[in-house]
Design a protein around this ligand. Structure first.
Ligand code: PLP
Length: 363
């Protein structure tokens, strides 16, 4: 245990892996004076498209903006229903509601944290326009199974906010649906502070997303006309520059997170439920979320020892905005038992020991 004046050093929940390359990239942008809609946006987008193996990536100001633009670019609006998991970050459902459509909550499998696919078919109605499927915490959803059970005409969109680098049966998350939505919030593997991107192989969809992110101007690279209203959801060049070296090191960043995950596995196996991807998939490890019955006690004790930790995410039906959505025992279970442990590339073995020792007392 590392100690200073008798006080254990704080173990951070997340810590961006950024350094000299990122500083240099940002400095380069500041020197050029082209702070937004410049070459770094295109460079970042090309790298993201490469990482997700899609033809297009559209950088936007957050993961939420990526989801919002995806929903609007798909023409989803009043009268439409969109299936979303009951256990997710609220943005997944919020963008549907803000587009004027109805988010239809479907329970999750508390073991995987992802949509319980046995419940999806029953939630589909003639109004269902899309499923906004989340790869929660970076665990790929069983995409082929989802595809097999939705009728033609229902569009599949990936909330891949935490799944950059994750792979489903060898295919990158972000390339599986009609559109993928990434987040670069500081708890994500690649961070720009705030930021996001929409990935797709559909050129007209990408163009609609570009138009929506830039006030509605069309074509998106010119200012000829504004056929419909849009937002300012742009991601500035400074932030794209911050993201570029990280995407270039994506494999290295993922490998470093996998080292931490293995470290937790060695220490916690058999004590608490551990996260894992399905056989043949690669977990994106956006968060390392374990499950245990005495979660609240454990969370309080870890925090008291200077170990940052957090609940997994939210059970939407317990939030005011979605409280009449129904009963979701899987989401309840996940909400009550999930605990996100520190996860970043600089975590030392001694820190992993400290977390594991503190947590083992609640197993
Ligand atoms: C599953 C999921 N969807 C959407 C978002 C929203 O992303 P952002 O914070 O970049 O807006 C998050 C963010 O944590 C998330 O975890």
């Amino acid at each position: 245990m590392s100690e200073r004046a008798g006080v254990s050093e704080r173990i951070r929940l997340a810590r961006p892996d950024v350094g000299a390359a990122e500083l240099a990239a940002i400095a380069e942008v500041l020197v050029t004076g082209q702070l937004t809609m410049g070459p770094k946006v295109k460079e970042f987008e090309a790298l993201l498209a490469g990482a997700c193996e899609t033809e297009h990536a559209v950088a936007v100001s957050s993961g939420t903006a990526a989801l919002h633009v995806a929903v609007l670019a798909l023409g989803i609006g009043p009268g439409d229903e969109v299936i979303v998991p009951a256990y997710t970050f609220p943005a997944t459902a919020n963008v549907v509601a803000l587009a004027g459509a109805r988010p239809v909550l479907v329970d999750v499998d508390p073991q995987t944290f992802n949509l319980d696919l046995s419940l999806v078919a029953d939630a589909i109605t003639p109004r269902t326009k899309a499923v906004l499927a989340v790869h929660l915490f970076g665990r790929p959803l069983d995409w082929d199974a989802l595809e097999a059970l939705v009728p033609a005409g229902v569009t599949l969109v990936e909330d891949a906010a935490g799944a950059l680098g994750a792979r489903y049966r060898g295919r990158p998350c972000g390339s599986l649906g009609a559109a993928g939505c990434l987040s670069f919030h500081p708890r994500k593997i690649v961070t720009t502070g705030d930021g996001g991107a929409l990935t797709t192989n559909d050129a007209p969809l990408a163009e609609r997303a570009r138009t929506l992110r830039n006030h509605g101007w069309s074509p998106s690279d010119g200012y000829d006309d504004m056929p419909a209203a849009g937002f300012n959801y742009r991601l500035p060049d400074v932030l794209c520059a911050l993201g570029i070296p990280q995407v270039e090191r994506l494999e290295e960043l993922l490998a470093a997170r996998e080292r931490v995950a293995r470290g937790y596995e060695e220490r916690l196996s058999g004590l608490v439920e551990l996260p894992a991807a399905a056989e043949g998939d690669r977990h994106g490890l956006q968060a390392y979320v374990v499950q245990l019955d005495r979660r609240d006690e454990a969370m309080a004790a870890l925090r008291a020892e200077g170990i940052e930790c957090q609940i997994g995410t939210y059970a939407l039906h317990h939030l005011g905005a979605y409280k009449d959505g129904g009963n979701f025992p899987g989401a309840d279970k996940a909400f009550e038992r999930a605990l996100a442990l520190p996860l970043h590339t600089a975590l030392s073995d001694a820190e992993l020991d400290r977390v594991a020792e503190a947590l083992a007392r609640f197993a």
